[in-house]
Ligand binder design. Structure first.
Ligand SMILES: *Cc1c(COP(=O)(O)O)cnc(C)c1O
Length: 390
């Protein structure tokens, strides 16, 4: 019996090898992996370029403390500054550390301008910002907080798409609105461009900060480096993680100048975050994502995939309710529970992931080939042909 705790409902497969979009199980089966560690392996498994970068760094230096200058991190931060809204970056090890740092930065900003009472963070009910105590209460999900009280104070909630409740929930103590630009775990719900523009405007009017959690939808996943770029707006704080390490644990919080100013020496820190090994991988991922044509290719793959999925929905409207998504963060919403459907896909060699609202989440690597999308479509079509809910 496993000595691991039972906090995961694990599927009964283990893998011995991965290459690009494919995984090879210990019992000899080949799978098309459209989970990719939940949007983590942005360049697929065992990417040659990333392998070279990490191997090279292992021979130099793995880890030094943030008490010293880390040139690889200086370089990655400068590149993020050059390519995004951000003026400053703090590196972390994971998504939730990045969202926590985002919350801390927002509070610290108001503290630094003499308004420490502005410390409440307004979030979307049933969103996902990670699993620390603060983050589960930020997410406002009953299921995630069950048994973990007492409640961490400081978070308010409004319902997705409920503009009335959003406006009503802003008080004199609100420091920031925090939401995912495209909600991942809760069912691939993309905040439309006009709403993002409205959010920015609202935050400006109320003089509060806008935090856009791009841990899942960021770093090229949307077809732009950040999903909010489609709306041509600039948030104040953006946590990122999943895709930036290409499979190596790496997170970061990006901030504009006024917020970054509040993060004075000693205000925040991490032992592992931003170490040379992680930074070398992050830089290698950036090399690839900002190669000419890479992001436009993500958009092209997305367009093809989504148009094929819409045809499938057209042919099987009694199975598929809606196609959702942005870039290569795609959701297939079913009419009922999706677990059986996901299992059938897996039996036919396609790995996908569940999300909220009966959604089958599809997350290919960003460099997925058109032929691999076609293969996935063939499997999806076969499963739809044989499927009934019972
Ligand atoms: C995955 C995720 C997180 C948490 O990331 P971890 O690395 O699991 O801590 C936070 N926010 C969003 C939007 C995510 O998708």
């Amino acid at each position: 019996m496993s000595a691991l705790a039972k906090n995961y409902n694990r599927r009964k497969i283990a893998f011995k090898k991965g290459k690009g979009s494919f995984l090879f199980s210990t019992n000899g089966k080949k799978y098309l992996d459209f989970v990719q560690g939940i949007a983590v392996n942005s360049l697929g498994h065992s990417n040659i370029y990333l392998n070279k970068a990490i191997n090279k760094q292992t021979k130099k230096v793995w880890h030094v403390s943030n008490a010293f200058i880390i040139p690889e991190g200086e370089r990655l931060a400068k590149r993020l500054r050059k390519k995004t809204f951000a003026d400053s970056v703090i590196f972390q090890n994971s998504g939730v550390e990045a969202t926590e740092a985002a919350i801390k930065a927002a509070r610290r900003y108001f503290y630094s301008i003499g308004k420490p009472q502005k410390n409440r963070i307004l979030c979307i009910r049933n969103s996902f910002h990670g699993r620390t105590l603060a983050a589960i209460y930020a997410s406002g999900s009953k299921k995630m907080t069950e048994g973990f009280g007492p409640k961490v104070p400081g978070f308010d909630h409004f319902d997705f798409a409920d503009h009335q409740s959003l406006k009503k929930s802003i008080t004199k103590n609100t420091a920031a609105i925090m939401c995912e630009t495209a909600m991942g775990e809760s069912g691939i719900k993309v905040i439309p461009t006009w709403c993002l523009k409205g959010l920015r405007k609202l935050c400006n009017e109320k003089k509060i900060l806008l935090i856009l959690d791009e841990v899942q939808c960021g770093v090229g996943r949307s077809g732009k480096f950040f999903a909010f770029e489609y709306a041509k707006i600039k948030p104040d704080i953006v946590p990122i993680a999943k895709g930036i390490g290409g499979g190596f644990p790496l997170g970061a919080v990006l901030m504009n100048k006024k917020v970054a100013k509040a993060m004075t020496p000693g205000s925040h820190g991490t032992t592992f975050g931003g170490n040379p090994l992680a930074m070398s991988v992050g830089n290698a991922v950036m090399d690839q994502i900002f190669k000419r044509g890479f992001l436009s290719n993500v958009q092209k793959s997305s367009k093809y995939f989504i148009s094929e999925l819409k045809k499938l929905q057209n042919d099987y409207p009694h199975i598929i309710k809606e196609i959702r998504g942005i870039g290569l963060l795609i959701g297939l919403q079913l009419h009922q529970n999706q677990d059986k459907f996901i299992k059938k896909l897996e039996k036919n060699g396609l790995l996908t992931m569940r999300a909220g609202e009966n959604v089958v989440r599809i997350l290919p690597p960003l460099n997925v080939k058109i032929g691999e999308i076609s293969l996935a479509m063939k499997i999806l079509r076969k499963v739809c042909g044989e499927f009934d809910y019972e």
